[in-house]
Write a protein that binds this ligand. Structure first.
Ligand code: NAD
Length: 301
């Protein structure tokens, strides 16, 4: 376990005053230090929380503190974080024990149902019924993940998107077994993090992935068919339809491996052929072109 500066030039003291009114959420543990774990961790630290970021990949853990600091710097540059905000503390570790006890645990590991189920089971057993357990899944129904847990009433989905500190709204997804207390705790967490929660029904892809992943997959198929270039698809979607970045730039930001995993999950749970991952997407994933995080996807970074 390593305690490291979230931002080298700022003292990391979680001030009691700063946390007044934090709804009992002071220690946030995030499992998975990939694209989302890092930006959720950055959001938590920038909001004064003590964040423990955990990953089972030593390479990811080695880079996590620097990446969180970089995200906080970016958030400040973009005006998403107050320059004078008192930051919390970041701890990075490779085992869950380092992040316990916690007021809330956010699971942000790979979008593979068996792996998520295994991690969530371990966390649920370790934290007991009184800790808020959040999954950041993009597409797996929350009640499916709750099914194998010792405390299924304590889990709900909060669909943070990338970058979590910049996107003001999140989907909040209670499962069929989620308790009222868990929903209240989730709203406290969102208040501390300054995010607006929109409560939606459970089911594959909830609202946003169900709509956007199908559209991104179609955008990839348009390129695959040779109907338009990557740049022109994005240009048309931005300038004609008001898409903020274009679907293919969004795909690169999400991570093409994660997008393919999510599409597979959506296809398996809906039997809707539109969710069958495009061949071009699978080819890029196989070549290790995973988007921004690998330096190359539909664009080069
Ligand atoms: N990328 C996005 O834009 C985005 C947006 C919203 C939601 N999500 C969801 O967030 C979750 C994480 O996505 P991501 O893009 O950060 O993926 P990622 O591949 O970048 O990171 C996943 C991380 O989980 C780690 N991991 C895997 N198994 C683990 C375990 N047992 N214990 C600890 N760490 C483990 C991996 O080492 C990796 O660092 C997924 O469920 C994804 O669908 C992603």
């Amino acid at each position: 376990m390593r305690s490291v500066p979230a931002e080298a030039h700022i003292d990391q003291i979680v001030s009691e005053n700063h946390l007044a009114g934090s709804g009992g959420i002071n220690q946030l543990t995030v499992v998975g230090a990939g694209v989302m774990g890092v930006c959720i961790g950055a959001l938590g630290v920038s909001r004064g929380l003590r964040v423990t970021l955990i990953d089972n990949d030593p390479g990811k853990i080695g880079m996590a503190a620097g990446r969180v600091a970089q995200e906080i710097r970016l958030a400040k540059l973009m005006g998403a974080v107050d320059r004078d905000a008192v930051p919390g503390e970041l701890v990075t570790a490779s085992s869950l024990a380092a992040g316990l006890p916690a007021d809330a645990v956010i699971e942000a590991v790979v979008e593979i149902a068996d792996e998520k189920a295994r991690v969530l089971k371990e966390v649920s057993a370790a934290v007991g019924p009184d800790t808020l357990l959040v999954t950041n899944t993009s597409s797996i129904p929350v009640d499916e993940l709750a099914a194998g847990l010792p405390h299924p009433e304590s889990i709900l989905g909060i669909h943070f998107m990338n970058p979590a500190y910049l996107i003001p709204a999140v989907e909040v997804v209670p499962g069929a077994r989620t308790s009222e207390e868990t929903k209240a705790r989730a709203l406290s967490l969102l208040a501390v993090l300054g995010r607006k929660g929109v409560i939606v029904g459970d089911g594959p892809g909830f609202v946003t992935s169900r709509i956007s992943h199908r559209m991104i997959n179609d955008a990839i198929k348009v390129v695959e068919e040779g109907r338009a270039s990557v740049e022109d698809v994005d240009l048309l979607m931005q300038n004609c339809l008001g898409h903020a970045t274009g679907p293919l730039r969004t795909a690169d930001l999400i991570g093409l491996d994660n997008l393919a995993d999510s599409l597979r999950i959506l296809f398996e749970r809906t039997s809707d052929d539109n969710f069958q991952p495009a061949r071009l997407l699978l080819q890029k994933v196989a070549m290790g072109h995973h988007g921004r995080k690998s330096g190359r996807g539909f664009y080069t970074y």
